[in-house]
Design a protein around this ligand. Structure first.
Ligand SMILES: C[S@@+](CC[C@H](N)C(=O)[O-])C[C@H]1O[C@@H](n2cnc3c(N)ncnc32)[C@H](O)[C@@H]1O
Length: 356
């Protein structure tokens, strides 16, 4: 499958998210299984890919997720400033606000966080995060998180990977690559990042857009919706808390690292989540409406049941009026996988249900 990185709306590229689906796939699903004006629901919104595509295609979008990182990205994508000049102005104001704050004492920052940054860069990052955490500043926070760690010059950290925060000090030792350990100014990098976010910007119109920070078990879905399109957590293949730990720390230093451990780690929790969602779909999805699950599968998985089988079996009981209409399979090439050597997800199943 072709990469869509060069023609998708650049809001999709605000900041990486493990397990994110391709925007072109999200767009196809939205077009195929809903109509303009429909209310499309995604209770496992992650990076907000499906809600953003829904909004871009003239649908009303309702997203939810358990992760505060998902909330930031989804809000940033659903409610961005109207234009690049507007976004740059807001960024400049926030930078001024951050510069006016007293210099933070780094001794109150945990060592594992300090290890990623030059002290002067870290002071700027801490102050900027203080401003970006204020309600309404999600777009600024998302852009800041998008340049938080990587080894390229446009990023803030010492050499480290982009998706999952690991220092690459063995590959790039300080003695051989001193320039990679120098102070990295925040302002110019952030303004450049905001410019990149608007490279291919489309306004998503004014249709209803909402995001709820909530585990699916406690989520209140809209009373009536036209379609549900979602990709649930992959049973135990990914750990969203651990893999986003540095970004989560900047979003809220008091957050535990394993926000959703209990849900993604165990089969029972996966079944509970799908079952609870099934009950809500049974009452909320309109007749003839579609319910689409994009489910990651690991071909070599040694467990006796596969996530998509679990979804089908669980929904049979929880949402008896849903009928499975179609199952499609997409093999994920290495380049798209989030961690190549991991024994993680290698195939995606698209389960298309329709309500009787
Ligand atoms: C496969 S990812 C979704 C990816 C998304 N479609 C995208 O394009 O970024 C699954 C999401 O489920 C969320 N999640 C895990 N357990 C959850 C729960 N109990 N309730 C709601 N969301 C949960 C994770 O935080 C993660 O964002």
């Amino acid at each position: 499958m072709e990469s869509c990185a060069n023609d998708e709306c650049t809001l999709h590229q605000l900041s990486p998210y493990i397990g994110k689906i391709k925007s072109s796939i999200a767009g196809d699903l939205v077009r195929k299984y809903s109509k303009p004006g429909d209310l499309v629901v995604d209770p496992f919104a992650g990076a907000g890919t499906i809600p953003l595509e829904s909004a871009l295609q003239g649908r009303r979008a309702f997203g939810a997720d358990i992760s505060p990182y998902s909330r930031i990205l989804s809000m940033a994508k659903l409610f961005p400033p109207n234009s690049l000049p507007d976004a740059l102005r807001k960024t400049e104001v926030a930078l001024l606000g951050a510069a006016a704050l007293p210099a933070p004492d780094l001794r109150s920052t945990p060592l594992w966080v300090r290890q990623f940054f030059h002290p002067d860069t870290l002071r700027e990052a801490l102050n900027f995060a203080t401003i970006a955490r204020r309600p309404g500043n999600e777009f600024l926070m998302a852009n800041f998180l998008g340049i938080l760690h990587h080894q390229r010059p446009g990023f803030l950290s010492y050499p480290s990977s982009h998706l999952v925060p690991y220092l690459r000090d063995k590959k790039y030792p300080r003695e051989d690559f001193p320039e990679m350990y120098e102070y990295r100014e925040l302002k110019s990098r952030l303004l450049a990042k905001v410019q990149r976010s608007y490279k291919r910007f489309e306004s998503a119109g004014r249709k209803l857009r909402r995001f709820n920070l909530s585990p699916v078990q406690q989520l209140e879905l809209p009373k009536r919706f036209d379609a549900l399109i979602t990709s649930p957590p992959y049973m135990n293949a990914l750990d969203y808390g651990r893999d986003n730990r540095l970004r989560l720390w900047f979003i809220d230093p008091t957050l535990a690292e394993d926000v959703d451990n209990d849900v993604t780690q165990r089969r029972k929790a996966f079944v509970d989540a799908i079952s609870s969602l099934g009950h809500k779909v049974e009452t909320g999805l309109r007749k003839e409406g579609y319910c689409v699950f994009v489910v990651g599968e690991e071909t070599a998985r040694r467990s006796e049941s596969h996530p998509s089988e679990v979804v089908v079996t669980t929904l049979k009981t929880a949402a008896p009026s849903l009928k499975l209409k179609k199952v499609l399979t997409d093999n994920i090439p290495d380049i798209r996988r989030t961690r190549r050597e991991c024994k993680g997800v290698k195939t995606e199943h698209f389960l298309v249900f329709k309500r009787n």
